[in-house]
Ligand binder design. Structure first.
Ligand code: PGA
Length: 254
């Protein structure tokens, strides 16, 4: 069953007290009135996963995602976090392949394939991010780029494994810039991604895959983005740090 999802990617923002305050405010507003087809995911710093998971754990529609994991099961990787550690807290999701990790840490599709494997082995649901840079779009390479990001990292998975994934299309030129892809631009890529998934895994899996849009989602544009037939919600950065904005985005899921 395809879900509507609002996922907040807090990146390297908020301290412990602010993190707790934000989650309490959002949950306080939505616990009773949220549509049960909707999932809300908080993506705090790894330091606060335990604390935020503790707040969310008794509320079926609220989930917690790590922003990254290491590809190895364990070992001498100072400062890194294993999928099993995230899972041991009861967290359900992990963001994999965000463009900031691709760009600043050189994460390749091949490495991300390993991260998807270890996440799934540990029962975590990956939110796999992909998207073209501005030069890709201007050079008419958007479809080629997103297609290789999807195929090279994901298409070794079995249909059952792929069925666990959430996909997030985030054009790099729209992240944190205030420039949102138009609903038409986003819908076009979402429909293309769904067609690639259908070719690889069949129509049923494609139909059931939630594909989120990310890149300057705000209360003012969420409604028109989420109204597109292949956009199943948002991966939200800046606007997920303000409870009123994030609540308005959740409400826009319907
Ligand atoms: P933004 O970030 O909403 O601040 O553009 C989105 C993201 O990076 O996931």
């Amino acid at each position: 069953m395809r879900k509507k999802i609002a996922a907040g990617n807090w990146k390297m923002n908020l301290n412990a007290e602010q993190a707790q305050g934000l989650v309490s405010e959002v949950m306080g507003k939505f616990t009773s009135e949220i549509n049960n087809q909707v999932e809300v995911i908080f993506g705090p710093s790894a330091l606060f996963l335990h604390q935020i998971q503790h707040l969310a754990k008794d509320h079926a529609q609220f989930h917690v995602a790590a922003q990254n994991i290491h590809q190895a099961p364990k070992g001498a990787y100072t400062g890194d976090i294993a999928a099993s550690m995230v899972a041991s807290l009861g967290c359900s999701h992990v963001i994999i392949g965000h463009s900031e990790r691709r760009e600043y840490y050189g994460e390749s599709n091949a490495l991300l394939a390993q991260k998807l494997d270890i996440a799934l082995e540990n029962g975590l649901q990956p939110i796999y991010c992909l998207g073209e840079r501005l030069d890709d779009r201007e050079g008419d390479n958007t479809f080629a780029v997103v297609s290789s990001q999807l195929a090279e990292a994901c298409f070794h998975l079995s249909a059952e494994q792929f069925g666990q994934l959430v996909i997030a299309y985030e054009p790099v030129w729209a992240i944190g810039t205030g420039k949102t892809a138009s609903p038409e631009q986003a819908q076009e890529v979402h429909a293309y991604l769904r067609s690639l998934i259908a070719d690889q895994y069949g129509a049923e899996i494609a139909d059931n895959t939630s594909i989120l849009y990310g890149g300057s989602v705000k209360p003012g544009n969420a409604n028109e983005l989420f109204a597109c037939p292949d956009i199943d919600g948002g991966l939200v950065g800046g606007a997920s740090l303000k409870s009123d904005d994030f609540c308005a985005i959740i409400a826009a899921l319907g």
